[in-house]
Design a protein around this ligand. Structure first.
Ligand code: DQA
Length: 139
C-alpha cells in the first residue's frame, strides 16, 4: 500500500503557526508517529507553498499510488487548477483539514476540491490524516 500525503501552503509552520487552531505538534513529528503505527504502509510526504508544485506532485504520483491524503490549505477554497488535477488522475484523493473549517470564517466553508475527492475529513486535528489513512486500509 502506497499512500502520498500532500500538504499545501503554510502547513510547513504547523507547531508554530496559530497554535490555538492547529496545535503545537510539527507535521514531521506527527508523521514519524504515523509511520511507526502503520509500519507496513509506505507513507510518502510532500509539502509546498506553491500551487503549481502541488499540481506537479499530483500528476507525478497520481497513476501509481493507492491513495492521496491532501490538505491543500487555503488553496482548498480557491483552486480550480488543483480541482482539475485531482479529476485528471486515477489515484483517489481524500481532502483533509486539521480544523473544522465549517466552524470558522465563511470563506472557509466552500471547497473547490471536495467534488473531485472521495470524501472530506475536517476538524479532528492531526488525527484527520490518520482517519483518511484508515479509509484506504479498510476499503
Ligand atoms: C486548513 C484550513 C484552511 O482553511 C486553511 O487555509 C489552512 C489549514 C486546515 O487544515 O484546517 O491553511 O486546511
Amino acid at each position: 500500500m502506497k499512500i502520498q500525503i500532500i500538504n499545501g501552503p503554510n502547513l510547513n509552520l504547523l507547531g508554530v503557526r496559530e497554535k490555538s487552531i492547529y496545535g503545537d505538534n510539527s507535521f514531521e513529528s506527527y508523521l514519524e508517529q504515523l509511520r511507526k503505527q502503520y509500519a507496513d504502509v509506505s507513507i510518502e510526504y510532500f509539502q509546498s507553498n506553491k500551487e503549481g508544485e502541488l499540481i506537479d506532485k499530483l500528476h507525478e504520483i497520481g497513476f501509481s499510488y493507492d491513495g492521496v491524503i491532501l490538505n491543500a490549505g487555503a488553496y482548498t477554497h480557491t483552486s480550480i487548477a488543483i480541482a482539475d488535477a485531482i479529476a485528471a488522475i486515477n489515484t483517489p484523493v481524500i481532502e483533509v483539514h486539521i480544523s473544522n473549517v465549517h466552524k470558522r470564517e465563511a470563506f472557509r466553508h466552500h471547497s473547490m476540491l471536495a467534488a473531485s475527492c472521495v470524501g472530506v475529513i475536517a476538524g479532528f486535528g492531526l488525527n484527520s490524516y490518520r482517519l483518511a489513512l484508515e479509509h484506504y486500509l479498510t476499503k
